[in-house]
Design a protein around this ligand. Structure first.
Ligand SMILES: *[C@@H]1O[C@H](CO)[C@@H](O)[C@H](O)[C@H]1NC(C)=O
Ligand SMILES: *[C@@H]1O[C@H](CO)[C@@H](O)[C@H](O)[C@H]1NC(C)=O
Length: 132
């Protein structure tokens, strides 16, 4: 029985790690308006990506055991990508558990967040300069 418990604990630790954390940015600015994204962590650069209205960009990753996972992103939108915002997209130590699912809705009036499917979305960041 004891041995079985150990195996079950190991199994749950393993499956939790395997699922990972994730974040996604949704272009919900306005019809016909593009969103450009660039995300980084301390040891990875995910490059630049452009998404149409209604599209999204994101990925999952192994959330660090010691709460050290930190990704930040720049987004650009509007005429000639003249508007931008810069924000932390995933920061392990802010959340109660590991392996969270973080979504960012990129909208004309700013940037909204939903953690693990929570609603309503929370306003978090303004665009740099005038809103779109
Ligand atoms: C976008 O950039 C182009 C080329 O620099 C310029 O001609 C155009 O006026 C710009 N559009 C806006 C809306 O700023
Ligand atoms: C964001 O926009 C401001 C104002 O146009 C500009 O000064 C700044 O360099 C931009 N930041 C990035 C990361 O593009």
């Amino acid at each position: 029985m004891f041995r079985l418990t150990i195996i079950l604990i190991l199994l749950s630790v393993y499956t939790e790690q395997a699922s990972g954390g994730s974040f996604f940015l949704y272009n919900q600015v306005r019809h016909g308006v593009l969103m450009k994204v660039h995300c980084k962590s301390g040891d990875s650069d995910r490059g630049w990506h452009v998404r149409k209205y209604g599209g999204f960009y994101g990925f999952d990753f192994k959330d660090h055991i010691l709460d050290k996972t930190l990704y930040w992103c720049n987004v650009w939108s509007g005429p000639n990508f003249s508007r931008n915002a810069s924000f932390v997209a995933y920061e392990s130590k802010l959340y109660k558990h590991r392996n969270n699912w973080i979504r960012w809705s990129i909208r004309g009036d700013g940037i909204y967040e939903s953690i693990n499917g929570a609603t309503p979305w929370k306003f978090k960041y303004h665009w740099y300069g005038t809103p779109l």
